[in-house]
Ligand binder design. Structure first.
Ligand SMILES: Cc1cc2nc3c(=O)[nH]c(=O)nc-3n(C[C@H](O)[C@H](O)[C@H](O)COP(=O)(O)O)c2cc1C
Length: 357
């Protein structure tokens, strides 16, 4: 099985998308993952149109991308058609290959202003926004939606049809409702249902963490693409491994050295892009997910969490990998005795706190 799909004339090959995650999929993370292979499309974190159109430095930074990430979609969120239109134009101006409208974020701060998943319960507003944007940009317009707003108002199929009528050229569905947040499992049958009624390509999102999971979702739903978010933090090679399987190649298995290099490369990318303190926090975030299932991972995670400087983090990484490579047990040198649990990464909520709308 090997297939790609097109969003207008842009080939998404392989049909695997790094799902947008606010506070995670910034330019450094995307470059890291893209470099490992298997990613057919990268998407920015959701960017506030209110911030962007007022030249907020954070929003402008979020619009940056590396040329080697292409194809790249800029994702914007907001509830005001005029601001959405202006922001979409800015995305086209900076060279994004497509413009994605966020219709899924459940954060109260975003929904309150009509944006994110608020658009799922206000189709007239969604229609106005999409038509306004469509009038302005020439790059493809895409949408990322949720199953519905409330558990009793599931309307993903109607939302998808509306988006297509307004000119959207790709629909991505995260099959949970806004009410559901990140609880339970994503409903992939809705992806199948959307695929049956729209002509544009359809991709699904939610809970894909294994090769088998991705292949099963393609087979069950007939979807064109699969998005992977949280699974990419636990296993950054997942895209490449799925692609290997689709191409009938031997599946790449990262060595310990690959894992060490990945952490070091990510830290370098982060430090080149931001001050030390946020770079350290981002490292802790990745380490929290990445160490799940690694031998001695809990102690390593704890050691990283209790580090306060670049040198300390680098020291912990060396100690850990040297111990494991030498077959020695890792005792978490420098770590406090209390084990840090890997936190659940479960929303755009925390990231949106800083958002001005
Ligand atoms: C920390 C975090 C931040 C997220 N931020 C965004 C976002 O900015 N835009 C968006 O469309 N979806 C966002 N999502 C939703 C993901 O893109 C994805 O649809 C969801 O996590 C389900 O897929 P997964 O199980 O592969 O992670 C976010 C999810 C997480 C966990």
């Amino acid at each position: 099985m090997s297939r790609s799909f097109k969003i207008r004339d842009i080939e998404i090959n392989p049909p695997l998308i790094l799902s947008p995650m606010a506070g995670v999929t910034d330019v450094s993370f995307r470059r890291l993952i893209k470099g490992l292979g298997g990613v057919g499309l990268t998407v920015s974190e959701f960017i506030s149109v209110e911030g962007l159109t007022r030249s907020n430095p954070k929003s402008k930074r979020q619009m940056r991308f590396y040329p080697d990430e292409r194809p790249f979609a800029a994702q914007i969120f907001g509830g005001r058609p005029e601001r959405m239109r202006m922001a979409a134009e800015m995305a086209e101006e900076v060279g994004a290959d497509m413009l994605d409208v966020n219709c899924g974020c459940p954060a109260p701060k975003v929904v309150k202003h009509g944006g994110g998943s608020g658009l799922l319960k206000d189709h007239p507003r969604l229609e106005t926004i999409l038509r306004e944007i469509k009038k302005t940009i020439t790059i493809p317009l895409t949408v990322k939606i949720r199953a519905g707003f409330f558990d009793h108002t599931i309307n993903a199929v109607e939302t998808a049809k509306l988006a297509e009528d307004c000119g959207a050229e790709h629909i991505a569905l995260h099959g949970r409702t806004k009410e559901q947040g990140y609880r339970g499992l994503a409903n992939w049958d809705l992806v199948r249902q959307i695929k049956e009624v729209v002509k544009v390509p359809v991709s699904g999102s939610g809970d894909v963490t294994t090769i088998e999971g991705a292949l099963a979702r393609f087979a069950e739903t007939g979807c064109d693409g699969v998005l992977i978010g949280r699974g990419a933090m636990a296993n950054p090679w997942i895209f490449r491994q799925i692609e290997d399987t689709m191409q009938g190649r031997e599946v790449f298995q990262p060595t310990l050295e690959d894992k060490r290099q990945l952490l070091l490369e990510y830290f370098d990318l982060l430090r080149a892009d931001m001050p030390e303190a946020p770079a350290i926090n981002r490292m802790k975030q990745l380490a929290g997910q990445f160490t799940r299932g690694l031998q001695g991972g809990a102690l390593f995670r704890t050691a990283v969490y209790h580090s306060h400087s670049v040198d300390e983090i680098l020291g912990r990484i060396s100690e850990y990998f040297e111990a494991i490579e030498a077959g020695r047990p890792y005792f978490g040198e420098g770590a406090a005795t209390e084990i840090v649990e890997a936190p659940e990464l479960d929303s755009c909520e925390a990231a949106s706190v800083a958002v001005q709308t």
